[in-house]
Design a protein around this ligand. Structure first.
Ligand code: NAG
Ligand code: NAG
Ligand code: NAG
Ligand code: NAG
Ligand code: NAG
Ligand code: CU
Length: 166
């Protein structure tokens, strides 16, 4: 195979790569008014408020991965609402953390996690989190050093605007 052919193949491959990348990710750059994007992702939908877990709220033992798959896709500016009783009202308080990456998510490793809602913030109307970043969000309960996350299934991942399954 000559050098020229190789270069051509590489060029072709990179073109393919770029077009695939655009197909999957390009809509994220400007989703206000992109012609043609409407068939794949309904751009006219208004941001929604979604109660995490639905009527189950945020509690130990509910499969939130399953819930998130059934309620995907989530969009930019959608609001996730975490509702859970404050310590004054329950003996099993919860919280909400963002885990830094897939690995910590899979292991329920809270070492570098960031608390976004403490055990009292889920009371009343609940804690609201707006999906503002175009990246995976790994949510978990941080109570009992990962026990709620690991054994209580209190974790789920969300990729705003990307459909989680096709
Ligand atoms: C997105 O595109 C629309 C129309 O083409 C334009 O008015 C708007 O400023 C763009 N937004 C961004 C963030 O580039
Ligand atoms: C897009 O969403 C709007 C509002 O939710 C709805 O009325 C419309 O039918 C949707 N369009 C498509 C193509 O799904
Ligand atoms: C939770 O739901 C997911 C997705 O449906 C499933 O793969 C998983 O096995 C479930 N976990 C448990 C412990 O039931
Ligand atoms: C999300 O909301 C912000 C502030 O309300 C707004 O500036 C932005 O255009 C919205 N983005 C999308 C994708 O709707
Ligand atoms: C705690 O429980 C009391 C009595 O059931 C109720 O009135 C109150 O609204 C609850 N507080 C929160 C923050 O849910
Ligand atoms: Cu918990």
């Amino acid at each position: 195979m000559g050098r020229f052919t190789l270069v051509l193949m590489l060029t072709y491959a990179s073109l393919l790569g770029v077009s695939l990348a655009n197909k999957d990710w390009g809509f994220g750059f400007n989703n206000t008014n992109w012609p043609g994007s409407h068939q794949r992702h309904n751009q006219t939908h208004a941001p929604k408020k979604i109660i995490v877990g639905g009527s189950q709220n945020w509690h130990f033992g509910f499969n939130y991965t399953d819930w998130s798959l059934k309620n995907a896709p989530f969009y930019f500016n959608d609001t996730l609402v975490f509702k859970y009783d404050p310590p004054s009202n329950t003996t099993f308080p919860h919280s909400v953390y963002l885990l830094p990456n897939l690995r910590s998510f899979l292991n329920c490793d809270l070492k570098r996690a960031k608390m976004i809602a403490n055990p009292t913030q889920g009371g009343g109307k609940g804690f609201e989190f707006v999906l503002k970043k175009r990246k995976p969000h790994y949510f978990a309960c941080g109570e009992k050093d990962g026990f709620h996350c690991k054994v209580g299934l209190m974790k789920f991942a969300v990729v705003p605007l990307l459909r989680w399954r096709y």
